[in-house]
Design a protein around this ligand. Structure first.
Ligand code: ADP
Ligand code: MG
Length: 462
């Protein structure tokens, strides 16, 4: 049989019908309306999707489900291949809820002057100031789509990623954009921490109704850093009700988190499932090109001239997050301002020495940490990894483990391995012990700070 004679479209259509019954309407509109059967080969179905991000998301979320359905229907295993075709109609994106239409009618005319800044949102957190790269384009595009039609397609949306990667910037950009574009939409931005404090205070002062009014009448509710919910059952309960109230009336919610929701400990299942219900998108660390573009954008705004080789130097050395990248630049600009000097490569190298040696920049090795701590306590590196559990060795070993977690990106499992193949729970336990002890023993923290400085010094030399 030649490739042209395979046709699995009946199975495909039936599988889609079944999927539609199983997933929520919103999910189906978002992910399945823009996927189309294209053609087939033996045991293979080719479908078109609008972008590679879309493909990856569909694969991650639904590939298993779709392939299972196809197998059940056809009795044979059919695999999916994705072709990217930008012109696949965007039914989901084009769909507008009545609310969105109503809101659109009150959309500001372009010639009107911008409003005064929003009282809570930071003015510079806008989409214009956000540089898009491979690491963040899915999240940024989702955020922009939300700000055009709040409460319609991507609700709720959860943006997650490590520290300094732009979560707050993006979520506030949504707020700023909706605020500028729509009249009469109430935008509430809050960190999970303030929400929690607000909630506690409202109970204490018996003003729970006021609290409810503040959050449950938002048209766009933006909550930053929901990982703060960990181990706070009452706040979780309250947020659960807030969520339901807003969701039922098609109000937009956007959350940020420093990790995937599945990794928040002690989160009730029902709240977890609600966060996961809409669109979850992640932010990754930026590539060199994106870092370069971000710095150039900042420089443009500061109207300073900084040689490209200096920018390259920073981009090559500060790799983990955007906040550190900006901080390095800010330091240089401040220096140039204060001493009225040009920023040359030499000046930059000298001024940013500490930055580049900063702990999270991977110069710090486990070996340096173990050696420095062992030296300080008159022990050997071997003792750190060895089996002995006498107090004289166990305590310094715990300090070294604690410092390893503070100064490197190693997980507790990895740290455990470096310390003679110990279990990750041993490392967690050690960190806990040190933290507790720091609270009761005022000499411990200065000792640890001293060790950290020594380790930094050692790391710049190596
Ligand atoms: P997070 O909330 O994820 O910890 P932030 O949103 O506070 O990170 O970002 C840290 C800093 O980096 C902010 O000043 C922000 O403006 C900037 N930033 C992050 N990502 C970008 C980007 N893609 N383009 C421009 N600036 C960015
Ligand atoms: Mg933040």
């Amino acid at each position: 049989m030649d490739a042209g004679s395979w046709d699995y479209s009946l199975f495909w259509n039936e599988a889609m019908k079944q999927v539609e019954e199983e997933v929520s309407e919103q999910e189906f509109a978002m992910w399945f309306n823009r996927m189309a059967y294209s053609h087939a080969a033996e045991s293979q179905i080719y479908v078109t999707v609008p972008s590679s991000f879309y493909r990856d998301q569909v694969k991650q979320r639904y590939l298993g489900l779709i392939e299972q359905k196809l197998q059940d229907l056809s009795g044979t295993s059919l695999s999916l291949e994705f072709d990217i075709n930008k012109s696949v109609s965007s039914a989901a994106a084009d769909q507008e809820s009545p609310k969105a239409r109503a809101a659109a009618t009150s959309k500001k005319e372009p010639e009107r002057r911008p409003k005064k800044p929003h009282p809570v949102l930071r003015e510079e957190y806008t989409f214009d100031n956000f540089v898009i790269g491979h690491n963040n384009s899915f999240a940024a595009n989702a955020a922009m789509a939300i700000s055009r039609n709040p409460g319609t397609g991507y609700n709720p949306c959860l943006i997650y990623g490590g520290v300094g990667l732009g979560k707050t910037h993006l979520v506030q950009s949504i707020g700023n954009s909706v605020y500028q574009e729509y009249d009469n939409l109430k935008i509430v931005y809050v960190t999970m921490e303030s929400f929690t404090n607000d909630f506690i205070q409202s109970i204490r002062e018996k003003k729970t109704q006021a609290f409810k009014n503040k959050y449950r009448y938002a048209d766009v509710l933006l909550i930053d850093d929901i990982h703060f919910l960990q181990k706070k059952p009452e706040t979780q309960e309250e947020l659960f009700h807030t969520f339901n109230a807003l969701y039922d009336s098609n109000k937009q919610m956007v959350f940020t988190c420093d990790r995937p929701v599945s990794e928040i400990r002690d989160l009730t299942d029902r709240l977890r499932s609600r966060f996961e219900r809409g669109l979850n998108v992640d932010l990754q660390p930026p590539s060199f090109e994106t870092r370069f573009a971000i710095l150039n954008k900042k420089i443009e705004r500061s109207a300073l001239s900084i040689p490209q080789e200096v920018i390259e130097l920073i981009c090559n050395n500060v790799t983990t997050n955007v906040r550190d990248l900006e901080a390095a630049l800010t330091k240089l600009i401040a220096y140039a301002d204060l001493v009225d000097k040009d920023i040359t490569l030499e000046v930059a190298k000298h001024q940013l020495k500490d930055f580049f040696a900063s702990p999270k920049q991977n110069n710090v090795t486990m070996d340096i940490i173990q050696r420095t701590v062992a030296d300080y306590f008159n022990l050997s590196s071997q003792d750190m990894k060895g089996k002995k559990r006498t107090k004289v060795i166990a305590f310094p070993r715990q300090i070294a483990m604690y410092i390893s977690r503070e100064m490197t990106e190693y997980s507790t499992t990895e740290v455990g391995l470096e310390f003679g193949g110990r279990d990750h729970t041993t490392v967690m336990h050690a960190c806990q012990r040190i933290e507790n002890r720091m609270r009761t023993d005022p000499t411990l923290e200065p000792t640890i700070q001293f060790l950290i400085r020594q380790i930094k010094e050692q790391s710049t030399k190596s």
